[in-house]
Design a protein around this ligand. Structure first.
Ligand SMILES: *[C@@H]1O[C@H](CO)[C@@H](O)[C@H](O)[C@H]1NC(C)=O
Ligand SMILES: *[C@@H]1O[C@H](CO)[C@@H](O)[C@H](O)[C@H]1NC(C)=O
Ligand SMILES: *[C@@H]1O[C@H](CO)[C@@H](O)[C@H](O)[C@H]1NC(C)=O
Ligand SMILES: *[C@@H]1O[C@H](CO)[C@@H](O)[C@H](O)[C@H]1NC(C)=O
Length: 372
């Protein structure tokens, strides 16, 4: 907050010296006092209003290098309300679809809870056209385990429609492999990186750091494999902290925003210049429904909460002062409940669709854009 301090000093000087200068111009002491007060009030009001005018704040913060994941964002009260959703048993059917069978086009419906606080945030379910505008020309990377892969399915379905996704599903679901697609229509590159362990996510961030080439949006998440195959919560915590340090090392890349703000031209959506970071949380596990004895034994509620605590304590998430905004699959899947899963771990697409819309709305807030 160097900028604010300097501004404060400048303001103090103005309040002090301008009236003194005027005294030199033979103003009476009363007039000088009047000017002094008027200036003080103007400056004070100005300083307090500044945060509400994004262009001024952007200009003022142009001297700071770390901008990427502004701490301010988490204090935006709407970000705190993004997960206030509810699932309904009625199904929503996509009437425009050409599909004959209703299974693939009818989805369990969800919505944000309609109450004053949440309403004021004007969250919107983005349709294909809104999402296309928002993601136009961007490079999106989703890295992690099968939960992250399901996020990719939701994203592709929104952008390309169900039919488009059917065509690529074969490649996307090749066991344990990466997948990459260029959506020509909007110039969006989407990479899915198979990275089941937290350590794999760290390797990925090192790769970006090395190549100095970064995606615009990076969604990642892991934990289930660490839980099942390593099963040592201490080690999990250590690897999360290593990941956090490496993600933080990536952050100054967003300095392109500084150039933009300094140039005064705010013609392009800023979304395409920032590194937006999200964490795909672990789903709620329903132990009795898990499909192997090993999973039932190792992925108990107690183990799950110890892993979750480790995550909270790692300062990786924005919620605890870290760089990544959590898409709380755990909470969303819990809301949806056992009726939304057949194996106690992978949930119906409505859960991931909700998480995707939460992500997109967070992007809108981050880039100061209001949906139409
Ligand atoms: C699909 O669902 C719609 C509305 O829910 C219904 O009118 C229609 O008959 C259904 N079609 C089939 C093939 O089941
Ligand atoms: C994407 O952006 C380019 C240029 O910025 C524009 O010409 C094009 O129409 C946009 N496409 C969509 C689908 O919004
Ligand atoms: C992920 O990390 C594990 C353990 O560090 C390693 O054995 C494995 O090869 C990595 N997998 C990928 C896809 O990088
Ligand atoms: C878990 O990992 C830590 C650190 O690597 C090690 O000291 C500890 O013995 C491990 N615990 C178990 C139960 O293996």
């Amino acid at each position: 907050m160097l900028g604010a301090v300097q501004l404060g000093l400048l303001a103090a000087c103005v309040v002090l010296f301008v009236p003194m200068g005027m005294a030199g111009w033979h103003l009476s002491r009363n007039k000088m006092l009047f000017f002094s007060c008027a200036l003080f009030i103007t400056l004070a009001v100005g300083v307090h209003l500044t945060p509400y005018f994004p262009s001024i704040s952007a200009f003022l913060s142009a001297s700071e290098v770390i901008i990427s994941t502004p701490a301010i964002l988490y204090h935006d009260s709407c970000v705190l309300l993004l997960h206030r959703v509810v699932y309904k048993d009625v199904r929503e059917c996509d009437v425009d679809s050409n599909f004959d069978d209703n299974e693939s086009v009818c989805k369990r419906s969800w919505d944000w809870i309609r109450n004053g606080e949440v309403d004021e945030c004007e969250f919107q379910k983005l349709k294909k056209s809104d999402a296309s505008d928002l993601l136009n020309g961007s490079w999106v990377v989703v890295a992690g385990d099968s939960q992250s892969r399901l996020m990719v399915v939701s994203l592709l379905e929104l952008i390309m429609g169900s039919e488009g996704v059917e065509k690529v599903k074969g490649d996307l679901f090749k066991r344990h492999s990466d997948y990459s697609v260029m959506v020509e229509e909007i110039g969006m590159r989407l990479d899915f990186v198979w990275a089941p362990y937290v350590a794999n996510l760290t390797q990925l961030t090192l790769r970006y750091k090395g190549s100095k080439d970064f995606p615009d949006i990076l969604m990642m998440g892991a934990g289930l494999w660490d839980m099942l195959h390593v099963n040592n919560v201490t080690e999990f915590g250590v690897s999360l902290r290593v990941l956090r340090d490496n993600v933080l090392a990536l952050l100054p890349v967003s300095s392109s925003l500084v150039a933009d703000a300094g140039g005064g031209g705010v013609s392009e959506p800023k979304a395409s210049h920032l590194l937006h970071l999200f964490w795909v949380g672990m789903p709620t596990l329903i132990t009795s429904m898990l499909n192997t004895a090993e999973k039932k034994e190792r992925m108990t509620t107690a183990v799950y909460s110890s892993y979750d605590n480790e995550l909270a304590g790692s300062n990786l998430l924005r919620q605890s002062g870290g760089p990544l905004l959590k898409l709380d699959i755990g909470l969303l899947s819990e809301f949806c409940g056992p009726r939304c899963t057949s194996d106690g771990m992978h949930y119906d697409e409505v859960v991931y669709n909700t998480a995707l819309q939460i992500m997109l709305n967070a992007l809108l807030i981050e880039s100061n854009q209001k949906p139409q």
